[in-house]
Design a protein around this ligand. Structure first.
Ligand code: ADP
Ligand code: MG
Length: 287
Protein backbone atom coordinates (compact mmCIF):
# COMPACT_ATOMS: atom_id res chain seq x y z
CA UNK A 1 0.00 0.00 0.00
CA UNK A 2 1.14 3.57 -0.58
CA UNK A 3 2.02 5.69 2.46
CA UNK A 4 -1.17 7.66 1.87
CA UNK A 5 -3.32 4.50 1.79
CA UNK A 6 -1.73 3.46 5.09
CA UNK A 7 -2.49 6.83 6.63
CA UNK A 8 -6.08 6.63 5.46
CA UNK A 9 -6.39 3.11 6.91
CA UNK A 10 -5.01 4.04 10.32
CA UNK A 11 -7.07 7.25 10.41
CA UNK A 12 -10.26 5.34 9.58
CA UNK A 13 -9.69 2.84 12.33
CA UNK A 14 -8.78 5.59 14.81
CA UNK A 15 -12.21 7.10 14.20
CA UNK A 16 -13.68 3.80 15.39
CA UNK A 17 -11.57 3.77 18.53
CA UNK A 18 -9.04 1.32 17.11
CA UNK A 19 -5.61 2.95 17.46
CA UNK A 20 -3.04 1.36 15.16
CA UNK A 21 0.54 2.43 15.90
CA UNK A 22 1.81 2.41 12.32
CA UNK A 23 1.38 1.08 8.81
CA UNK A 24 3.51 -1.98 9.46
CA UNK A 25 1.09 -3.11 12.15
CA UNK A 26 -1.78 -2.67 9.71
CA UNK A 27 0.04 -4.92 7.24
CA UNK A 28 0.60 -7.60 9.89
CA UNK A 29 -3.12 -7.53 10.66
CA UNK A 30 -3.99 -8.46 7.08
CA UNK A 31 -1.84 -11.61 7.38
CA UNK A 32 -3.37 -12.93 10.63
CA UNK A 33 -4.93 -16.38 10.85
CA UNK A 34 -5.17 -16.85 14.63
CA UNK A 35 -6.41 -14.60 17.44
CA UNK A 36 -5.52 -15.52 21.03
CA UNK A 37 -7.43 -13.85 23.87
CA UNK A 38 -6.70 -13.38 27.54
CA UNK A 39 -9.86 -14.11 29.56
CA UNK A 40 -10.22 -11.74 32.49
CA UNK A 41 -10.83 -8.15 31.43
CA UNK A 42 -10.49 -9.05 27.75
CA UNK A 43 -13.28 -11.54 26.97
CA UNK A 44 -14.97 -10.87 30.30
CA UNK A 45 -15.91 -7.58 31.90
CA UNK A 46 -13.12 -8.00 34.46
CA UNK A 47 -15.27 -7.08 37.44
CA UNK A 48 -15.68 -10.41 39.21
CA UNK A 49 -18.25 -10.81 41.98
CA UNK A 50 -18.50 -13.40 44.76
CA UNK A 51 -21.52 -15.64 44.15
CA UNK A 52 -21.08 -18.53 46.60
CA UNK A 53 -19.26 -19.22 49.85
CA UNK A 54 -18.98 -22.88 50.91
CA UNK A 55 -18.11 -23.83 54.49
CA UNK A 56 -18.57 -21.71 57.63
CA UNK A 57 -19.43 -18.62 55.62
CA UNK A 58 -18.39 -16.02 58.16
CA UNK A 59 -15.08 -17.68 58.97
CA UNK A 60 -14.24 -18.53 55.37
CA UNK A 61 -14.97 -15.05 54.06
CA UNK A 62 -13.21 -13.33 56.98
CA UNK A 63 -10.00 -15.29 56.48
CA UNK A 64 -10.14 -14.95 52.69
CA UNK A 65 -10.67 -11.19 52.87
CA UNK A 66 -8.00 -10.69 55.55
CA UNK A 67 -5.42 -12.26 53.23
CA UNK A 68 -6.71 -10.68 50.03
CA UNK A 69 -6.71 -7.20 51.56
CA UNK A 70 -2.99 -7.06 50.60
CA UNK A 71 -3.50 -8.31 47.01
CA UNK A 72 -4.43 -6.32 43.93
CA UNK A 73 -5.73 -9.27 41.94
CA UNK A 74 -9.30 -8.82 40.60
CA UNK A 75 -10.36 -11.93 42.56
CA UNK A 76 -8.96 -10.34 45.72
CA UNK A 77 -10.93 -7.16 45.10
CA UNK A 78 -14.13 -9.20 44.71
CA UNK A 79 -13.54 -11.09 47.97
CA UNK A 80 -12.75 -7.96 50.02
CA UNK A 81 -15.78 -6.18 48.59
CA UNK A 82 -18.05 -9.06 49.56
CA UNK A 83 -16.66 -9.26 53.12
CA UNK A 84 -17.22 -5.52 53.55
CA UNK A 85 -20.77 -5.81 52.21
CA UNK A 86 -21.36 -8.53 54.83
CA UNK A 87 -19.91 -6.18 57.49
CA UNK A 88 -17.20 -8.67 58.43
CA UNK A 89 -14.08 -7.50 60.24
CA UNK A 90 -10.93 -7.75 58.16
CA UNK A 91 -8.07 -8.90 60.38
CA UNK A 92 -4.40 -8.04 60.19
CA UNK A 93 -2.14 -10.78 58.82
CA UNK A 94 1.65 -11.30 58.93
CA UNK A 95 4.15 -12.63 56.40
CA UNK A 96 1.87 -11.95 53.43
CA UNK A 97 3.09 -13.55 50.23
CA UNK A 98 1.59 -13.43 46.72
CA UNK A 99 2.25 -16.49 44.59
CA UNK A 100 1.88 -15.35 41.00
CA UNK A 101 -0.84 -17.16 39.05
CA UNK A 102 -1.74 -19.28 42.09
CA UNK A 103 -2.92 -17.24 45.07
CA UNK A 104 -1.86 -15.69 48.37
CA UNK A 105 -0.44 -16.99 51.64
CA UNK A 106 -0.07 -15.40 55.08
CA UNK A 107 0.07 -16.00 58.80
CA UNK A 108 -3.46 -15.55 60.15
CA UNK A 109 -3.61 -15.40 63.96
CA UNK A 110 -0.58 -17.69 64.25
CA UNK A 111 -1.78 -20.16 61.65
CA UNK A 112 -0.67 -20.65 58.06
CA UNK A 113 -3.51 -19.66 55.76
CA UNK A 114 -3.87 -19.48 51.99
CA UNK A 115 -6.39 -18.46 49.36
CA UNK A 116 -5.95 -19.66 45.82
CA UNK A 117 -6.28 -22.22 43.07
CA UNK A 118 -5.97 -25.98 43.35
CA UNK A 119 -2.30 -25.53 42.54
CA UNK A 120 -1.79 -24.59 46.18
CA UNK A 121 -3.37 -27.85 47.34
CA UNK A 122 -0.34 -30.10 46.86
CA UNK A 123 -0.02 -31.31 50.46
CA UNK A 124 -3.43 -30.41 51.82
CA UNK A 125 -6.33 -32.71 52.47
CA UNK A 126 -9.53 -32.01 50.62
CA UNK A 127 -12.76 -33.96 50.92
CA UNK A 128 -14.42 -35.68 47.99
CA UNK A 129 -17.47 -33.57 48.72
CA UNK A 130 -15.56 -30.27 48.52
CA UNK A 131 -13.90 -31.36 45.26
CA UNK A 132 -17.28 -32.16 43.74
CA UNK A 133 -18.67 -28.82 44.94
CA UNK A 134 -15.76 -27.01 43.26
CA UNK A 135 -16.24 -28.84 39.96
CA UNK A 136 -19.97 -28.04 39.94
CA UNK A 137 -19.28 -24.33 40.49
CA UNK A 138 -16.57 -24.29 37.81
CA UNK A 139 -18.96 -25.85 35.31
CA UNK A 140 -21.22 -22.86 35.95
CA UNK A 141 -18.33 -20.67 34.68
CA UNK A 142 -17.39 -19.60 38.21
CA UNK A 143 -13.77 -19.37 39.36
CA UNK A 144 -13.24 -21.28 42.60
CA UNK A 145 -10.63 -20.38 45.18
CA UNK A 146 -9.80 -22.67 48.06
CA UNK A 147 -9.31 -21.35 51.59
CA UNK A 148 -6.76 -23.29 53.60
CA UNK A 149 -5.98 -23.04 57.30
CA UNK A 150 -3.34 -25.10 59.11
CA UNK A 151 -3.10 -27.77 56.43
CA UNK A 152 -6.83 -28.14 55.92
CA UNK A 153 -9.30 -26.76 53.42
CA UNK A 154 -12.00 -24.92 55.36
CA UNK A 155 -14.02 -23.68 52.43
CA UNK A 156 -14.45 -22.36 48.93
CA UNK A 157 -15.34 -19.03 47.44
CA UNK A 158 -16.86 -18.92 43.95
CA UNK A 159 -16.41 -15.81 41.88
CA UNK A 160 -18.12 -14.95 38.63
CA UNK A 161 -16.94 -12.65 35.88
CA UNK A 162 -19.37 -12.45 32.97
CA UNK A 163 -18.41 -12.04 29.29
CA UNK A 164 -18.73 -8.55 27.81
CA UNK A 165 -21.94 -8.38 25.78
CA UNK A 166 -19.92 -7.73 22.59
CA UNK A 167 -17.47 -10.63 22.96
CA UNK A 168 -19.70 -13.29 21.45
CA UNK A 169 -20.42 -11.28 18.32
CA UNK A 170 -16.76 -10.31 17.85
CA UNK A 171 -15.66 -13.94 18.05
CA UNK A 172 -18.39 -15.02 15.64
CA UNK A 173 -17.29 -12.37 13.12
CA UNK A 174 -13.65 -13.43 13.40
CA UNK A 175 -14.58 -17.07 12.81
CA UNK A 176 -16.71 -16.05 9.81
CA UNK A 177 -13.58 -14.42 8.37
CA UNK A 178 -11.75 -17.72 8.72
CA UNK A 179 -9.68 -16.92 11.79
CA UNK A 180 -9.07 -19.39 14.57
CA UNK A 181 -9.93 -18.13 18.07
CA UNK A 182 -8.15 -19.31 21.23
CA UNK A 183 -8.53 -18.40 24.92
CA UNK A 184 -5.31 -18.33 26.98
CA UNK A 185 -5.87 -18.12 30.73
CA UNK A 186 -4.45 -18.88 34.13
CA UNK A 187 -7.86 -19.95 35.31
CA UNK A 188 -9.00 -23.53 35.69
CA UNK A 189 -9.93 -25.58 32.60
CA UNK A 190 -13.57 -26.18 33.59
CA UNK A 191 -14.21 -22.45 34.07
CA UNK A 192 -12.35 -21.51 30.91
CA UNK A 193 -14.32 -24.04 28.87
CA UNK A 194 -17.64 -22.89 30.30
CA UNK A 195 -16.86 -19.29 29.30
CA UNK A 196 -15.48 -20.38 25.92
CA UNK A 197 -18.80 -22.07 25.25
CA UNK A 198 -20.72 -18.90 26.16
CA UNK A 199 -18.78 -16.81 23.65
CA UNK A 200 -18.21 -19.48 20.96
CA UNK A 201 -14.43 -19.61 21.10
CA UNK A 202 -12.71 -22.50 19.24
CA UNK A 203 -10.01 -23.61 21.66
CA UNK A 204 -8.97 -23.19 25.29
CA UNK A 205 -5.49 -23.20 26.78
CA UNK A 206 -6.05 -23.07 30.57
CA UNK A 207 -3.99 -23.24 33.74
CA UNK A 208 -1.25 -21.15 32.14
CA UNK A 209 1.12 -19.39 34.53
CA UNK A 210 1.66 -15.67 33.85
CA UNK A 211 5.23 -16.20 32.63
CA UNK A 212 4.12 -18.96 30.23
CA UNK A 213 1.71 -16.89 28.14
CA UNK A 214 4.36 -15.64 25.69
CA UNK A 215 5.70 -19.18 25.30
CA UNK A 216 2.29 -20.36 24.08
CA UNK A 217 2.20 -17.57 21.48
CA UNK A 218 5.69 -18.58 20.32
CA UNK A 219 4.57 -22.19 20.01
CA UNK A 220 1.73 -21.21 17.66
CA UNK A 221 4.15 -19.11 15.60
CA UNK A 222 6.52 -22.08 15.37
CA UNK A 223 3.61 -24.01 13.84
CA UNK A 224 3.53 -21.34 11.12
CA UNK A 225 0.57 -19.34 12.48
CA UNK A 226 0.27 -15.57 12.21
CA UNK A 227 -0.91 -14.71 15.67
CA UNK A 228 -2.59 -11.75 17.33
CA UNK A 229 -2.76 -11.67 21.13
CA UNK A 230 -5.43 -9.58 22.84
CA UNK A 231 -4.89 -8.75 26.52
CA UNK A 232 -5.00 -6.15 29.26
CA UNK A 233 -2.86 -7.16 32.22
CA UNK A 234 0.66 -6.53 33.48
CA UNK A 235 1.44 -10.17 32.88
CA UNK A 236 0.08 -9.99 29.32
CA UNK A 237 2.88 -7.64 28.22
CA UNK A 238 5.36 -10.34 27.09
CA UNK A 239 2.65 -12.12 25.05
CA UNK A 240 1.59 -8.79 23.51
CA UNK A 241 5.19 -8.13 22.41
CA UNK A 242 5.77 -11.68 21.16
CA UNK A 243 2.62 -11.87 19.01
CA UNK A 244 2.74 -10.75 15.35
CA UNK A 245 0.11 -8.22 16.42
CA UNK A 246 -0.36 -7.24 20.07
CA UNK A 247 -3.78 -5.78 20.81
CA UNK A 248 -4.28 -4.08 24.18
CA UNK A 249 -7.49 -3.02 25.88
CA UNK A 250 -7.70 0.74 26.47
CA UNK A 251 -8.71 -0.09 30.05
CA UNK A 252 -5.57 -2.18 30.43
CA UNK A 253 -2.45 -1.47 32.41
CA UNK A 254 0.05 1.04 30.98
CA UNK A 255 2.57 -1.69 30.29
CA UNK A 256 0.00 -3.68 28.28
CA UNK A 257 -0.91 -0.56 26.26
CA UNK A 258 2.76 0.17 25.58
CA UNK A 259 3.36 -3.42 24.47
CA UNK A 260 0.51 -3.45 21.95
CA UNK A 261 0.65 -2.38 18.31
CA UNK A 262 -3.08 -1.72 18.51
CA UNK A 263 -5.15 -0.26 21.34
CA UNK A 264 -8.91 -0.81 21.57
CA UNK A 265 -10.11 2.42 23.16
CA UNK A 266 -13.61 1.09 23.74
CA UNK A 267 -12.43 -2.22 25.23
CA UNK A 268 -14.70 -3.94 22.74
CA UNK A 269 -13.40 -7.00 20.89
CA UNK A 270 -15.33 -5.99 17.77
CA UNK A 271 -12.42 -3.57 17.33
CA UNK A 272 -10.30 -6.55 16.27
CA UNK A 273 -12.78 -7.23 13.46
CA UNK A 274 -12.72 -3.55 12.41
CA UNK A 275 -8.91 -3.57 12.27
CA UNK A 276 -8.99 -6.72 10.17
CA UNK A 277 -11.52 -5.30 7.69
CA UNK A 278 -9.61 -2.05 7.30
CA UNK A 279 -6.31 -3.83 6.76
CA UNK A 280 -7.84 -6.04 4.07
CA UNK A 281 -9.24 -2.99 2.30
CA UNK A 282 -5.95 -1.12 2.55
CA UNK A 283 -3.85 -3.94 1.15
CA UNK A 284 -6.22 -5.25 -1.51
CA UNK A 285 -6.59 -1.87 -3.08
CA UNK A 286 -3.00 -1.74 -4.42
CA UNK A 287 -2.87 -5.28 -5.76
P1 ADP B 1 -5.88 -14.83 34.57
O1 ADP B 1 -5.15 -15.51 33.46
O2 ADP B 1 -7.34 -15.10 34.52
O3 ADP B 1 -5.55 -13.35 34.65
P2 ADP B 1 -4.09 -15.35 36.90
O4 ADP B 1 -2.90 -15.91 36.20
O5 ADP B 1 -3.96 -13.99 37.45
O6 ADP B 1 -5.42 -15.50 35.96
O7 ADP B 1 -4.50 -16.33 38.08
C1 ADP B 1 -4.73 -17.71 37.82
C2 ADP B 1 -5.44 -18.36 38.99
O8 ADP B 1 -4.63 -18.26 40.18
C3 ADP B 1 -6.76 -17.71 39.36
O9 ADP B 1 -7.83 -18.19 38.60
C4 ADP B 1 -6.85 -18.09 40.84
O10 ADP B 1 -7.34 -19.39 40.97
C5 ADP B 1 -5.42 -18.06 41.32
N1 ADP B 1 -5.07 -16.75 41.93
C6 ADP B 1 -4.19 -15.84 41.47
N2 ADP B 1 -4.10 -14.79 42.30
C7 ADP B 1 -4.99 -14.99 43.29
C8 ADP B 1 -5.39 -14.27 44.46
N3 ADP B 1 -4.89 -13.09 44.81
N4 ADP B 1 -6.34 -14.84 45.25
C9 ADP B 1 -6.87 -16.03 44.93
N5 ADP B 1 -6.54 -16.75 43.86
C10 ADP B 1 -5.60 -16.27 43.05
MG1 MG C 1 -6.72 -10.04 31.94
Amino acid sequence: ATPTALMVGTARSAKMGVLIKNGEVLQEVSDLDTVVFDKTGTITVGKPEVTDVIGNKKQVLTIAASLEESSEHPLATAIVKKAKAEKLTIEKVDDFEAIEGKGVKANYKGKTAFVGSDRLLADVNISQEMTQEATDLQNEAKTVVYIGLDGEIIGLVAIQDVPKPSSREAIKELRERGLKTIMLTGDNKNVAEAIAKQVGIDQVIAGVLPNEKAMHIKKLQDQGKKVAFVGDGINDAPALSTADVGIAMGSGTDIAIDSGGIVLVQNDLRGVVRALDISKKTFNRIK
